[in-house]
Design a protein around this ligand. Structure first.
Ligand code: PA5
Length: 346
């Protein structure tokens, strides 16, 4: 039977490579402007690429790269702010609201979408528009959404080396792919093994600020949307100041928690030490701990190596539960309910 999610997962490296062939021509007014910030306005599966970019580019970006997940814009955003409105469907109301606020404030705008109202508005208003291929679920279009954003910022001179890093990341994922695909049996397949260890349990995913934070967030969302289970994420060092205390009660819930520690060799030594100590302090209170090391020679490859493994693990967990990883009926119902009757109201 045709299984679209497995095809989309398989194609993540091709999405990254394909982005380098998209039309990403930003007119001269976008270049060499002294922006006070880049504000990436997006929600859910369209927003995570912004988190990854803001981590991967933190050491070189000349201004903050911030992800804004809500309506409107923060008060400080003004005509010196570059607004990147990213919505795979182009119809997400929070992103459209942020886009309208950007028009009102006179911000330069980059729109990344596969269609919808956002594309229509970008065309009408003459914004820089990057059209990504349609017919996927937004979370399955991460390769397109991340890379087109990164390349747009490179194109206008805000970032450099993105093309090279994206190419290296695609190579890394291609190297990992034979291990992760469904044809590879469980004892050689780390994603299937992880999914098996999560069956009937609750994942708690920890990363580190500055490295794996966005990955932890991605894993949580993929477990929610693909496998339809509750999941939580948090980051060190902050969690050592609060969450570490939350391992006393209730016993029956704690005994179902599998703690997943995302480990990147780039994690600063003090954070690595914290992770070791924190693990030792909570391990006996929960079901089990799994450490997942990042692979790859550069920071972006390492982030995506973890994402690829987590995406596949959430897919196998859905399959293990006999669920369709593609459908998201409660999100669809929420969106329908939010718009119900609005034409009549207007
Ligand atoms: O994964 C999903 O489908 C959601 O998280 C969507 O990405 C989110 O609802 C926003 O929609 P869009 O990505 O089309 O802007």
């Amino acid at each position: 039977m045709f299984d679209p999610m497995s095809v989309w997962l398989h194609e993540m490296p091709e999405q990254l490579r394909g982005s380098m062939c998209l039309s990403i021509d930003l007119p001269p007014q976008y270049h060499h402007v002294k922006y006070n910030a880049v504000l990436i306005c997006a929600m859910g599966g369209s927003a995570i690429g912004g988190d990854i970019l803001s981590t991967a580019a933190a050491q070189q970006a000349p201004c903050p790269l911030l992800v804004h997940r809500s309506y409107g814009l923060p008060a400080w955003a003004d005509a010196d702010t570059l607004v990147c409105a990213v919505s795979y469907s182009g119809n997400t109301e929070e992103t459209l609201s942020a886009y309208h606020a950007a028009v009102e404030r006179g911000c330069l705008r980059v729109v990344i979408s596969s269609g919808g109202e956002l594309t229509r508005l970008a065309q009408k208003n003459g914004d820089a528009l990057i059209s990504v291929p349609g017919s996927l679920m937004p979370r399955a279009a991460l390769g397109w959404l991340f890379a087109s954003l990164a390349l747009a910022l490179e194109e206008i001179g805000l970032l450099c080396g993105m093309r090279k890093d994206i190419r290296a990341t695609a190579e890394m994922l291609e190297e990992m792919r034979p291990e992760l695909v469904p044809e590879n049996e469980v004892r050689y397949n780390p994603a299937r093994a992880l999914a098996r260890s999560l069956q009937g349990q609750l994942p708690l995913i920890w990363g580190c600020t500055g490295t794996t934070e966005a990955v932890a967030r991605r894993w949580k969302a993929q477990f929610n949307e693909n496998a339809k289970i509750p999941a939580w994420h948090n980051t060190l060092p902050e969690l050592d100041h609060n969450e570490i205390m939350g391992f006393d009660l209730p016993e029956e819930i704690l005994q179902r928690i599998v703690l997943i520690l995302l480990r990147d060799p780039d994690d600063p030594p003090r954070l690595q030490k914290r992770m070791d100590i924190t693990r030792a302090l909570v391990e006996s209170r929960i079901h089990s701990v799994v450490e997942v090391p990042a692979r790859g020679h550069d920071p972006l490859s390492r982030l995506f190596s973890l994402i690829y493994l987590g995406d596949y693990a959430s897919y196998y967990l859905a399959k293990g539960y006999g669920l369709d990883p593609v459908v998201i009926p409660r999100i669809d119902a929420l969106k329908s309910a939010m718009t119900a009757g609005e034409q009549g109201e207007a």
